[in-house]
Write a new protein. Structure first.
Length: 86
C-alpha cells in the first residue's frame, strides 16, 4: 500500500470529485456534514474508494465516518489488513 500522505491525497481527490468541491475547501473544512454528503454521494465515494485502493471497507465504520481523516484511517486499516492475502 502507499504512504499516508498519498492515501489522504487520493481520498480528498475522490471526495472533491463526488462532492463537486475543491480540494482546498475540503482540506480547510474536513467535516463531511458541511457538504452535500447524502446517501447517494456516500455510496458513490465508497465505490470509488474501494475501487481505487483495491479494498473492501467496513460499511458500519464507513457510515460512522464524520471527517475526511476518518475515511483516510479506514482506508489505511483496510489496506493493512489485506496485505499478504492476495
Amino acid at each position: 500500500m502507499t504512504d499516508a500522505a498519498s492515501i489522504e491525497h487520493t481520498v480528498v481527490t475522490i471526495l472533491s470529485d463526488v462532492l463537486h468541491e475543491s480540494v482546498e475547501d475540503l482540506n480547510n473544512h474536513p467535516v463531511l456534514a458541511a457538504y452535500d454528503w447524502d446517501s447517494l454521494s456516500s455510496l458513490e465515494a465508497l465505490a470509488q474508494l474501494e475501487s481505487q485502493f483495491g479494498v473492501t471497507l467496513d460499511l458500519r465504520s464507513y457510515q460512522a465516518a464524520r471527517r475526511i481523516s476518518d475515511l483516510v484511517e479506514l482506508v489505511q486499516h483496510a489496506g493493512s489488513s489485506t496485505v499478504g492475502q492476495r
